[in-house]
Design a protein around this ligand. Structure first.
Ligand code: FDP
Length: 339
C-alpha cells in the first residue's frame, strides 16, 4: 500500500481556499476572505509572540483587569492589539467587540465596512505562564444597517446571524478552524512556508464521544440535573463507553477542538461565583456554537440553543455546553428532568 502523500504537498492553502471557496461552488461574501486572511495573519504573529513570551518579558500579569473582572495577562493586551492592527487596514470591519475592550472599538462607518468582529484575542490566558495551550476566537456578523454603528442594533446580536466564525489553537502546532456556513475547515500552520495548509476538510464532530471537560471544582454548586449527569458519566457501562474520561485543559479552544475531532463535550454551567456561567456569549460561545453546529454537533445554555440567545450587552455571560450532539442532548435532558 502506498503511503499517503505529506499534507503539505497537497498545497491547499488557506489563501487558496478563501479565494476559491469551499468546493461546492459557494464563494465567500465580499470582504470576508480579506478579513479571515487578516485574522490568520494576526494568528501567525500571535503564535510567535506566545512562543517567545519568556524571552520578550511578556509572561505574567499586566496588573490590570478587563471589563469582565478577569486579571489581564500581558499577552492578553498584546493579542488584542495584534488583532486590531491586523483587521483595521482591511477596511471591511465597522466595529470590534473584544474581551479586552470595555466598549466596542469603532473602526469605520464607510459602506465597505460591512462586518462586526467579536473576538477573544487570547482565550485561556491563565495557561500562558505554564506553556499550556491558548487560542483566539472570532465571530463575524454582517452590519445590521449602514451608517453609524449602533450598539443595540449592530453589536447585541444572536449567534445565528453570524456569517463566519472560527478559532485558532496555539498548541504544539497552530491550527486555524473556520466556517462560513458551508462546513468546517481546519488549517495547520506550516512554519517553514509561513502558510496555513488544509488538514481538516469538512470536519464532522462524532455523534457521541467518551471524554468530558469541565471544572469539577464547582461541582457541588451546579444545577441538580448536571450533578446527576456527572454521576451518569462516571458510572461503569461498557456498552455506552462509560465512565467517560475527564480531559480539562482550561482553555476553551483546546477542549473544544478535542471534542470537535474526537467527540465528547465541554460544559461551564452556572455556579455560585458565576451566576450566569463564566463564558462570554458574543466572543466565546456564539462563534464556537456556529462551528460545532456546522460540524454536526450541538451547543446550548443547557436549556436554549446558543445561537438563538440574543446578547443583552456586549460582554454578557451564559451557561454553556458544547460538543457531540448526543452528549449535549443528554446533558440537556438531565437538566429538564431535575428542575
Ligand atoms: P481563561 O479564564 O483562562 O481565559 O475564557 C475563559 C476561560 O479561560 C476558558 O478558556 C476556560 O475553559 C475557562 O475560562 C477556565 O475557567 P476555570 O479556570 O474557572 O476552569
Amino acid at each position: 500500500m502506498e503511503d499517503d502523500p505529506p499534507v503539505t504537498e497537497l498545497a491547499i492553502t488557506l489563501d487558496r481556499h478563501l479565494r476559491e471557496g469551499t468546493g461546492r461552488g459557494q464563494s465567500l461574501a465580499a470582504g470576508l476572505p480579506e478579513l479571515i486572511a487578516a485574522l490568520a495573519g494576526a494568528s501567525k504573529v500571535l503564535a510567535r509572540q506566545v512562543r517567545r513570551a519568556a524571552f520578550s518579558g511578556s509572561l505574567g500579569y499586566s496588573g490590570g483587569t478587563n471589563v469582565t473582572g478577569d486579571s489581564q495577562k500581558k499577552l492578553d493586551i498584546v493579542a488584542n492589539q495584534t488583532v486590531l492592527d491586523a483587521v483595521a487596514p482591511t477596511g471591511v470591519v465597522a466595529a470590534v467587540v473584544s474581551e479586552e475592550l470595555k466598549v466596542a472599538r469603532i473602526l469605520s462607518d464607510r459602506p465597505e465596512a460591512r462586518f462586526v468582529l467579536c473576538t477573544d484575542p487570547l482565550d485561556g490566558s491563565s495557561n500562558t505562564d505554564i506553556d499550556g495551550a491558548v487560542g483566539t476566537i472570532f465571530g463575524i456578523y454582517p452590519r445590521a444597517a449602514s451608517g453609524a454603528v449602533d450598539e443595540a442594533r449592530d453589536l447585541q446580536r444572536k449567534g445565528s446571524e453570524q456569517i463566519a466564525a472560527g478559532y485558532v489553537l496555539y498548541g504544539p502546532a497552530t491550527v486555524l478552524v473556520y466556517t462560513a456556513g458551508d462546513g468546517v475547515f481546519g488549517f495547520t500552520l506550516d512554519e517553514d512556508r509561513g502558510e496555513f495548509v488544509l488538514t481538516l476538510d469538512r470536519v464532522r464532530c462524532p455523534a457521541r464521544g467518551h471524554y468530558y471537560s469541565a471544572n469539577l471544582g464547582h461541582l457541588r454548586e451546579w444545577h441538580r440535573g448536571i450533578r446527576k449527569y456527572l454521576e451518569y458519566l462516571t458510572e461503569r457501562d461498557p456498552a455506552t463507553r462509560r465512565p467517560y474520561s475527564l480531559r480539562y485543559v482550561g482553555a476553551l479552544v483546546a477542549d473544544l477542538h478535542r471534542s470537535l475531532i474526537e467527540g465528547g463535550l465541554y460544559f461551564y454551567p452556572a455556579d455560585q461565583g458565576h451566576a450566569n456561567g463564566k463564558l462570554r456569549l458574543l466572543y466565546e460561545c456564539a462563534p464556537l456554537g456556529f462551528v460545532i453546529e456546522q460540524a454536526g454537533g450541538r451547543a446550548s445554555t443547557g436549556t436554549q440553543r446558543i445561537l438563538e440567545v440574543r446578547a443583552g450587552s456586549i460582554h454578557q455571560r451564559v451557561p454553556f455546553v458544547i460538543g457531540s450532539a448526543e452528549d449535549v442532548e443528554l446533558y440537556e435532558s438531565f437538566m429538564r428532568r431535575e428542575p
